[in-house]
Design a binder for this molecule. Structure first.
Ligand code: ZN
Length: 172
């Protein structure tokens, strides 16, 4: 396993829609294992393949951040098939360091996806797990959490994003 480099905004791969996974092979298994290791090392509670430069529909989520064995959810070609309720809570993103804000998300969802072997499964989720899943599935469509902000919050975030996109000053 290896820790992969996390792509930071405004890397264009973060704005690219991920391709459907069709080959459930050794390469996919390695990508998933590396993504889990990268997520836990960050540490983060979720990671999508575009965030490590792979434009494919693969995401991993672990709201226990590695504390619970079996806490890792691997989602290949995930789809949100049910959503209910609405709740606003704070989110951040490994690709947007230093930026957090409140985002509205459904409180209860159902996701259908495949595992790394191509086996289909359903995952009902509530609360923080539902939020993390929505955030990661968004990444697969090139959507970042800041895209959900409106009004004053959006204006404030725009300034922060502009700062993040500025080239890093190299000092002698
Ligand atoms: Zn993110």
């Amino acid at each position: 396993m290896a820790i992969l480099a996390i792509r930071i905004y405004p890397d264009p791969v973060l704005r690219t829609r991920g391709a459907e996974v069709t080959a459930f092979d050794e390469r996919l298994a390695r990508l998933v294992a590396d993504m889990v290791e990268t997520m836990h090392a960050a540490p983060g509670v979720g990671l999508a393949a575009p965030q490590v430069g792979v434009s494919q529909r693969v995401a991993v989520v672990d709201v226990s951040a590695g504390a619970e064995p079996g806490g890792v959810h691997v989602l290949v070609n995930p789809r949100l098939v049910e959503r209910g309720g609405l709740e606003s809570d704070v989110e951040g993103c490994l690709s947007l360091p230093g930026i957090t804000d409140k985002v509205e998300r459904p409180t209860a969802i159902k996701v259908v996806a495949q595992d790394a072997r191509g086996e289909a499964f359903e995952l009902p989720a509530e609360g923080f797990l539902a939020r993390a899943l929505c955030h990661e599935i968004d990444h697969l469509d090139g959507i970042l959490f800041v895209d959900h902000l409106r009004g004053l919050r959006r204006e404030r975030i725009k300034r922060q994003l502009k700062k993040l996109a500025e080239p890093v000053e190299v000092r002698p």
